[in-house]
Design a protein around this ligand. Structure first.
Ligand SMILES: [Zn+2]
Length: 172
């Protein structure tokens, strides 16, 4: 019995995920087929939020492989545009994003991951929980034009300790 269970698990782990060709507006908007639209660079936008708080954690991009691997493994994979490589989020830092729910939008050119993050719970390579850790003051009464305001008072980890000499993915 046990070996059967193990076998079915491993089959399940590598289950082929086929993405459908986009054939009609009705199929894309109203259908049950996953038919994502990748842009001219072969990427689809992904917004990632905290499954519990709803906070936006990051905006990333997936290529075909990253999207399929995310579906197959239940762990967030992205395409790193700066490093030009598949990026298993948390492989280096241990801050793996376990996908609680994955959605696709109306025209299937964006996906939404609701995740739980392991380790310190951070999703940002700078060390903050969310990549969106600064407010831009908006409107005259709220100080429009003034400095950015930090929304997190401290980092959850020291990036230098975690990433060492690895090149910073932020490009100028
Ligand atoms: Zn970040």
């Amino acid at each position: 019995m046990n070996s059967n269970t193990d076998a079915s698990r491993s089959i399940k782990a590598s289950v082929p995920v086929s993405l459908h060709a986009r054939t009609s507006v009705e199929q894309v908007e109203e259908g049950r087929e996953l038919a994502p639209k990748f842009d001219q660079d072969g990427l689809i936008t992904c917004i990632t939020t905290d499954a519990d708080s709803g906070d936006v954690l990051m905006l990333g991009y997936m290529n075909h492989e990253a999207l399929v691997k995310t579906v197959q493994t239940g762990k967030a994979h992205y395409w790193s545009r700066s490093r030009k490589t598949l990026w298993h989020k948390g492989a280096t830092s241990g801050l793996v994003q376990e996908v609680e729910e994955m959605r696709v939008d109306d025209d299937q050119d964006a996906v939404w991951l609701r995740v739980r993050v392991s380790g310190s719970g951070a999703s940002c390579h700078v060390g903050y929980r969310s990549c969106f850790y600064r407010c831009i003051p908006v409107g005259k009464e709220h100080g429009a034009g003034k400095e950015l305001i930090f929304t997190e008072s401290s980092k959850t980890f020291d990036p230098n300790l975690i990433y060492g000499d690895a090149p910073n993915p932020t490009l100028l």
